[in-house]
Each structure stands twice: as structure tokens, then as C-alpha cells.
Write a new protein. Structure first.
Lengths: 77, 114, 245
């Protein structure tokens, strides 16, 4: 296993913990997007460009948009 | 050292489950569920990895080059896109819960009325 | 059961589950020493059999095409569930959010939306030659539509994506995938078996029925995501009747 893979594995582990521990919803949206970005790098390092592309578009566009709308709706009532 | 990616998958799963159990907000719960689901992607991809292998795309490398397993990548890539839609369904349920019960705390939503 | 008791019980059982899972993954082959035959077989025969250079796309749309059909219908069903939950016929119109005033944002948004549209079409079209495909490209196409809302105003977004048209496009994608499979049945081979001329490796005209399945899944995924965003964005704009249901 090359050192790059070990470094990214450590970052992903820390990122998962960071997402779970964050309570404030706006910060949670940001943290989950950053975690998705770390996963993209992990998938690239594991030689899976198709999966990395899927995770990139979903984690940058699909998921944060849905969460932001849910957060706004929850606050507005 | 060679079991590190598998241990990462187990760690992410445990951390995601911990978030689901200790969550105080339905939206936070859905995000932690997504984190737990990402552990399966990591496990699948690390099973298919071949040492010094390249991506299974032969557009510019000769056909015989050592490449990683394409089957697990195929399983994972459709799963990634579909999981966000299922998370959106769960968030729509959370929005409905907020509308009818005026709270998003899972502990207060425990009883069913009516 | 109080929260503290629940947390304590969870920690104990999670420790047991983690130990069991770690023992289980220790029995897997070492990381990097992939043993199974299917990956190696597919890597050596897929390019010759299907004339596509992206073996993952060949697996998704040809060798494991039935799995992809199942995933597409999961997507379709969950978007239908969101539409059922959030689409409410009795609504009063609230004030529509004001359009973005800054000209720089509007210009940049329109420029990027056009670029995203072309990029999405490229990713879909070359899905079986280079990394990409219907799923990735479909989400990129949907995000081009959302960018119109983010950088413009709600009415522009709504006129670009009317719900009946999006419904029809999504249904065409999901149904088209099944129809291609049935055509393969009518031609005498198995459901979703590859048919048609295989073409030359590395050109767009290759892969038999893979391009059709690619386009069908791109239509379905992009329509599903646009519908999802529309349902969620409608919630911000229109307020349902209070507490009557």
C-alpha cells in the first residue's frame, strides 16, 4: 500500500467522525460535502474513476442541495 | 497494514451507527445514515484493488495492462447515485414530521397518535 | 428507555459488533491481492467482446444490466415517493423569492449553466469510452437546471422545467431501458442481451445496445433529479394549508 493511500485513509476516518459529531445544521452541510470530497480522492487513489465521478457530482450538487432545503424548511416553521 | 482499508470500512460503519443512535435531529440522522452507507463503498472498492493495477479503462493503455476489478466498481457507482435519492425521500419524511408534529427530535417523535 | 440507558446499551453492543466485523474482514485476502476470477476474466475479454474501452460501463449496461435496471427503478420509486409526500393540491401562493439582483452572479450563472449542459452531454455520450456514463452525466445535466434557479430566479427555472415534460422524460428513460431489453428478447436471445452492430473500438459507434441503455439511464436520472429539486424547491415557495390534513 503506497503512503498516499494510507494518508487518505486517515483523513477519511477523521472526516467521518467530524460529520457525525457536528450538530449545527449549516456546518453539517459543509462537513458532509467535504467528507464527500475526501471520499472522491479515496476512490481515485483506489483506481476507480467512474465511482469518483459519481460521488463528486452527488456530493457536491445533489446531496447538499437537498439538505439545505430541508434545513431552511425546518427553520422557517 | 494490509487490512487498513477494511478496518476503515468497519470504523466508518460504527461511527455512522453511533451518529444515528445519538442523534437529536432527523436531518442529522439522515446524514449519519449516509455516512454509514459510504462504508460499504469503501469495503467493496478495497476488495477489488489489485497491487500496482490501473483503472479498468483501456482507452489509452494497451489491453493487457494489469487493472483493478470492474465488477465492484459497477455495483458501487449506481449505488452512489441512487442512495442520494433515498436520502431525499427520508428528508421529505422529516419535513412531513416537522409539519405535523412541530419537532424534529427523534426522541419526541416516539409515539404514534390517532 | 431513557437516553442514557440507550446509549450505554448501544456502546456495549457496538463494541461486540465491531469486534465481530473486524474478525470477519481479517479473513479476507490481503489488500491488493485480488483473488477472484471474474475481474481478471472481464478485463481480458470485455474490450474484445463488446468493443467498448470502458469495462465498467460494459459491466453496468451489459454484463450486469439487470442490476442497473433494478437500481433505476429504485430511483424512480423513491422520486415518486417524494412527489407523493410533498406534492399537495391545496396550496396558497406565498411571495416568490426575489430574483438575484447582482448582474455578475446572473451572467456567471448563465455562462456556467450552458457549460454544464455541454459537459453533461459529453459525459453521457462518451460513457462507454472514458469514465462517465448515464448516471454521472444525468446528475450533471440536472445540476445545470438547478444552476439556473440559483443564479436567476424561480420563474426562469420553472419555465425551463415544467413538471409534465419532466415526468414524460423520466418515464421515457425508465421505460426505454425495459423496451431495449424486450427488443433483445424479441430478437431471440436473453433479456438485455447485447444486440446490434458492434462497431469499432474507441469510436462513439460501438458497443451494440450499450449506447441506447446509456441514453435511457441518462434521461431517467436527469429527469428524476430535476423532479426531486423541483419538489423540494416548491416547498420553499408555496405554503400548504395549515394543519387541515
Amino acid at each position: 500500500m503506497i503512503p498516499l493511500q494510507a494518508a487518505i485513509i486517515g483523513l477519511v476516518a477523521a472526516g467521518a467522525l467530524a460529520v457525525v459529531v457536528t450538530r449545527d445544521l449549516v456546518r453539517l452541510t459543509m462537513a458532509s460535502s467535504l467528507y464527500a470530497l475526501l471520499l472522491v480522492v479515496l476512490f481515485l487513489v483506489f483506481q476507480a474513476p467512474d465511482v469518483a465521478l459519481s460521488e463528486l457530482v452527488v456530493g457536491a450538487v445533489g446531496f447538499p442541495l437537498v439538505i439545505v432545503v430541508a434545513v431552511v424548511l425546518e427553520r422557517g416553521r | 497494514m494490509s487490512y487498513l482499508p477494511y478496518a476503515l470500512a468497519v470504523w466508518i460503519f460504527a461511527v455512522g451507527l453511533y451518529g444515528v443512535v445519538r442523534s437529536r435531529n432527523l436531518i442529522h440522522l439522515v446524514v449519519c445514515l449516509t455516512v454509514a452507507q459510504s462504508s460499504t463503498y469503501v469495503l467493496l472498492l478495497s476488495i477489488g484493488y489489485v497491487n500496482r493495477g490501473t483503472a479498468p479503462i483501456f482507452a489509452d493503455v494497451p489491453k493487457g495492462t494489469r487493472a483493478v476489478d470492474p465488477v465492484v466498481q459497477a455495483l458501487t457507482l449506481t449505488d452512489v447515485v441512487v442512495s442520494v435519492t433515498v436520502a431525499a425521500l427520508l428528508l421529505a419524511l422529516a419535513i412531513q414530521a416537522q409539519r405535523h408534529a412541530d419537532t424534529t427530535d427523534p426522541d419526541e417523535l416516539a409515539e404514534m397518535h390517532g | 428507555m431513557s437516553r442514557g440507558v440507550r446509549s450505554g446499551l448501544f456502546l456495549v453492543s457496538a463494541a461486540g459488533l465491531t469486534a465481530l466485523l473486524l474478525w470477519a474482514v481479517a479473513g479476507l485476502p490481503d489488500f491488493g491481492h485480488y483473488r477472484g476470477p471474474y475481474g481478471k476474466v472481464l478485463n481480458s475479454v470485455a474490450v474484445g467482446e463488446r468493443h467498448t474501452t470502458n469495462v465498467v460501463a460494459a459491466v453496468v449496461f451489459d454484463y450486469r444490466g439487470v442490476d442497473t435496471m433494478g437500481e433505476e427503478f429504485i430511483l424512480f420509486a423513491s422520486v415518486m415517493g417524494v412527489a407523493l409526500l410533498l406534492r399537495n393540491p391545496h396550496r396558497e401562493r406565498r411571495q416568490v423569492p426575489a430574483r438575484i439582483q447582482s448582474d455578475a452572479v446572473r451572467l456567471a450563472g448563465i455562462g456556467f449553466a450552458a457549460g454544464l449542459l455541454v459537459l453533461g452531454l459529453y459525459v453521457v455520450a462518451h460513457g462507454y469510452l472514458t469514465p462517465g456514463g448515464g448516471f454521472q452525466g444525468g446528475v450533471v445535466l440536472a445540476s445545470a437546471f438547478v444552476l439556473v434557479y440559483l443564479a436567476g430566479d424561480y420563474h426562469a427555472y420553472r419555465s425551463l422545467s415544467p413538471t409534465p415534460a419532466i415526468d414524460v422524460v423520466g418515464a421515457t428513460g425508465a421505460g426505454g431501458y425495459t423496451v431495449v431489453g424486450i427488443v433483445s428478447l424479441l430478437l431471440g436471445s436473453a433479456f438485455l442481451h447485447n444486440f446490434g452492430p458492434l462497431g469499432t473500438t474507441g469510436k462513439l459507434a460501438s458497443g451494440g445496445s450499450i449506447p441506447f441503455l446509456n441514453v435511457a439511464s441518462a434521461l431517467e436520472v436527469s429527469a428524476a433529479f430535476v423532479l426531486l429539486f423541483s419538489e423540494f424547491l416548491d416547498e420553499l415557495v408555496v405554503r400548504p394549508e395549515a394543519r387541515s390534513q
